[in-house]
Design a protein around this ligand. Structure first.
Ligand SMILES: [Zn+2]
Length: 408
């Protein structure tokens, strides 16, 4: 409901001629003023240039811009810049007054206008947005936001700089939002709505998979969300809500019997429980808390020198935990599952799945094997990742297939 109301607020703000602030908390740590290109006027352009102060850009779907004949610039990084444009009002217009720049933005949002009707190089930076699933920049999220709010997928964006010209000052951004009563929304908010609205994962193949824990059905997926080969193991269940384990790949623990962590034994434990009670195991190919295999081994090397698993990931320039459970949510939805009992100690997993709209009836702990090699690692999961693990049980546990049903 919260999300619904924020998107309605954004829509109303646009209809009332007010830009909104789109905050990127995770990637660039910047915020942009955003407005629909189709509705922008000279006055709104003037406001955005005066109070945003960054680059004045208009953004449209990359492939449509190419189709309409616009010229892409060579680039060696993420954003897809095109040659800047003007839409000439009359013969001697310069393109720089705000009413002319507004006209250029209105014109780019009109699909019937072709590249040869514009002037080059002009005074409005033109950017092509690719699929939001492939890039989560301001360009892509602003276009997605407009689609969600019922406007054409062409936005106008300007980065917000503070009095000293810094673009990373969130306090200033908050003050600006208060001063002009501008709605603030994050890229993460747009991403959550996108994951709810667009089903990008579908079932590809299903086959029998006999294992030492019993016979499962193994299911592969066509995945246009992150293009990774996630899969699911399913065992038929009889009572209403399936037991679900969402397991992130740990090739050293899962396949090589490593006891640096408890992943391998958690996986065995999950298979055993799901085989007994029925349910689903979602296996996500996000090695090393989403940082990838090679960085994980670099993180291990740092841990050999005294860092903990949290510090090691940060030291390598990653977030402590990079995992996104959007693919798990969409895989479950592809399987027709909207309500689960979650086997997990990880509060972030529960929070994310909840935010995407999955109903979680209960959370049940899943313990792994405790060894002298992974005790510290498990202690860090508790102290820094706030995993709901009872260390007393861990300390006293000689039985590594411990399953605690008491925690909801
Ligand atoms: Zn592991």
């Amino acid at each position: 409901m919260e999300e619904q109301s924020i998107f309605m607020r954004v829509r109303n703000s646009f209809l009332n001629g007010k830009p909104i602030i789109l905050v990127d908390e995770e990637r660039e740590v910047e915020a942009d003023l955003v407005f629909p290109a189709e509705l922008i006027t000279g006055n709104i352009t003037e406001f955005m240039v005066r109070y945003g102060k960054g680059l004045f850009c208009t953004v449209g779907p990359h492939d449509e811009l190419i189709k309409r004949g616009f010229f892409k610039l060579p680039s060696n990084y993420g954003a897809n810049y095109f040659i800047p444009i003007d839409y000439p009002l009359e013969e001697n217009s310069t393109g720089i007054p705000t009413y002319e720049r507004a006209l250029t933005c209105n014109s780019i949002s009109d699909n019937s206008k072709w590249a040869n009707q514009f002037k080059y190089p002009g005074h409005v930076t033109l950017i092509g947005a690719i699929d939001f699933s492939k890039r989560k920049g301001h360009s892509e999220s602003s276009v997605e936001l407009l689609k969600i709010c019922g406007f054409k997928p062409y936005s106008v964006i300007v980065e917000i700089l503070d009095e000293s010209g810094d673009s990373h000052n969130f306090h200033y951004i908050d003050e600006l939002s208060k001063q002009f009563d501008l709605v603030k929304i994050t890229i993460r908010d747009v991403w959550k709505e996108y994951i709810k609205n667009e089903q990008l994962i579908s079932i590809s193949s299903r086959a029998k998979l006999p294992t030492y824990y019993g016979e499962f059905e193994i299911i592969s997926f066509d995945n246009r969300l992150d293009y990774k080969e996630h899969f699911a193991l399913v065992k038929e269940w009889h009572d209403g809500t399936p037991l679900v384990r969402i397991h992130s790949e740990c090739i050293t623990g899962d396949c090589l019997s490593s006891i640096r962590c408890d992943c391998g034994s958690q996986l065995e434990n999950a298979l055993s429980l799901i085989s007994t009670h029925g349910g689903i195991l979602i296996y996500l190919r996000q090695e090393g808390r989403g940082i990838g295999f090679t960085p994980k081994i670099s993180a291990y090397a740092l841990q050999d020198r005294g860092y903990d698993t949290y510090e090691a990931n940060v030291c390598l320039g990653f977030k402590p935990d990079e995992r996104d459970y959007a693919p798990a949510f969409q895989m479950l939805r592809a399987l027709g599952i909207h309500r689960i009992r979650l086997l997990s100690n990880n509060p972030d997993k529960r929070r994310q799945l909840n935010e995407y709209g999955l109903e979680i009836d209960a959370v049940e702990n899943l313990y792994g094997r405790v060894t002298e090699y992974n005790k510290e690692y498990i202690a860090t999961k508790i102290s820094k990742f706030h995993h709901n693990i009872n260390m007393e049980i861990v300390n006293n546990s000689s039985n590594y297939f411990h399953h605690d049903n008491s925690n909801q």
